[in-house]
Ligand binder design. Structure first.
Ligand code: GDP
Length: 444
């Protein structure tokens, strides 16, 4: 569903990689591109404005983390703002203290209410509940039969007006369904209401009458994510006409731009609770704002990596190391500390596997031997503090001593020391070019 948006955002954020510092102009340019991507995806203007303002403010602000480089910080901020727009915390279904819990479904015709009834019922049954469906769409021909088919597939009973009484009063059906639920001990009642192709007063009034008759614990506004910008105005009409406590997005498997769906939460103030992504009863899940955001950003694992880095690295230490790197004063002690911090994040193979593009490096990753790092650490630990501080003093006899102490050959020591000098020189040159390195580069 969000493929295009996802591609755009990923490429905007990828452009930031490798930048040592981000100027205000860099941040403005990035914000502009994100804005275009969101607008093209049909996200409503007020939502885009709020989002961009949040990202800019925070990216330019003092949120400097020693563990992350500027690009990673911006990715983190964009992700957090996106999670916020999508509602922050996952909103769980509220069950009534005195069963049955009554869930009323409202939405336009074709939005997926009937299908959703079955999905919800099956999902609830799986959790040990005993739901019952109620057919209150008595306008559309076949709506009752359709609900009965869905109920059968989900393995739950359907309460409907008696045959031959197909034009019955939906409010009366809804009211009677509660007695039936109590009698047959159903702890959840899911009421499917009639929808129209467009918002109309009579439909709203009927839904409101049903609402008043059954006092639902949850009213869910069901909205087809493919209807584009209309999603927002429809949501507003239902909010004012019936009111709702949660939103269900359907047809997220479609290939429309879907941004309007992202606007509903911000515009109506009500949380998205579930997402439907197919016609089968299983194609349904609780909506998790954080998971959706990282899916949209197309960098779920990258975000995990950022989180782990923040936890594993001491910010001050990383800052110091970055400064030393730039000035060519990095010591083997720093190197050891950094290596230990990285390894605290888990096996390096997993870590590298999380980086975008890691798929292409699969073979190399599979051959990577963690023991090599153990060996490096053992060698450095075998050195005296003075040697770690200034590896230049490590002469022939010292090399022999270290090799013996750490159980390796002298050539391994030579190798490590030579590579260290090379790496230090290279990093110093790069730091000179990019004006800063790793964490602590700041965003100004
Ligand atoms: P209602 O009029 O609101 O009750 O909508 P229905 O439940 O009858 O759904 C309308 C159409 O959308 C049906 O053909 C469903 O199979 C289809 N549908 C419902 N939910 C989804 C979904 O998540 N993905 C897709 N692709 N189709 C869906």
């Amino acid at each position: 569903m969000f493929d295009t948006l996802s591609d755009r955002l990923t490429s905007v954020l990828q452009n930031l990689r490798g930048k040592g510092r981000l100027s205000d102009a860099d941040i403005d340019a990035t914000a502009r591109e994100i804005r275009i991507a969101l607008l093209e995806a049909d996200v409503a203007l007020p939502v885009v404005r709020a989002f961009i303002a949040g990202v800019k403010d925070r990216a330019k602000g003092a949120e400097v983390s020693g563990a992350l480089n500027p690009a990673q910080q911006v990715i983190k901020i964009v992700n957090e703002e996106l999670v916020g727009i999508l509602g922050g915390e996952t909103r769980r279904l509220e069950h009534a203290k005195n069963p049955p819990t009554v869930i009323l479904l409202a939405g336009l015709q074709g939005s997926g209410k009937t299908t959703l009834s079955g999905k919800l019922a099956k999902w609830l049954s799986g959790q040990g509940h005993t739901p019952m469906l109620v057919a209150c769409d008595l306008q559309r021909p076949n709506a009752v039969t359709q609900l009965q088919v869905v109920g059968e597939r989900a393995g739950v009973p359907v309460f409907a007006p008696e045959p031959g009484n197909g034009t019955g009063d939906p409010v009366d059906v809804a009211r009677r369904s509660l007695d039936e639920a109590k009698r047959a001990q159903h702890d959840v009642v899911i009421v499917d209401t009639a929808g129209r192709l467009g918002v109309d007063e009579e439909m709203m009034r009927q839904a409101a009458d049903i609402r008043d008759a059954v006092s639902p614990d949850e009213i869910m506004f069901v909205v087809d994510a493919m209807i584009g910008q209309d999603a927002v105005s429809t949501a507003e009409a239902f909010r004012d006409g019936v009111g709702f406590s949660g939103v269900v997005l359907t047809k997220l498997d479609g290939d429309a731009r879907g941004g309007a769906a992202l606007s509903v939460r911000h515009v109506t103030g009500q949380p998205i609770m579930f997402a439907s992504n197919g016609e089968k009863l299983e194609d349904f899940d609780v909506f998790h704002p954080d998971r959706m955001a990282s899916r949209i950003l197309g960098m779920g694992d990258m975000l995990t990596l950022i989180e782990q880095a923040e936890q594993a690295f001491d910010a001050d230490q990383a800052e110091q190391a970055a400064q030393k790197l730039g000035s060519g004063q990095l010591t083997l002690e720093d190197f050891l500390e950094q290596m230990q911090a990285v390894r605290r994040m888990g096996p390096l193979q997993n870590l590298l596997g999380m980086l975008p593009g890691a798929n292409q490096m699969k073979d190399q990753l599979a051959n990577f031997d963690e023991k090599h790092l153990d060996r490096l650490q053992a060698i450095i630990r075998g050195m005296t503090p003075a040697e770690r501080d200034d590896p230049k003093i490590i002469n022939g006899s010292r090399r022999q001593r270290i090799a013996k102490g750490s159980g390796v050959n002298v050539s391994d020591i030579n190798d490590l020391v030579n590579r260290f000098f090379e790496a230090r020189k290279m990093m110093q040159q790069m730091a000179g070019q990019f004006g800063g390195f790793g964490g602590g580069g700041g965003t100004k």
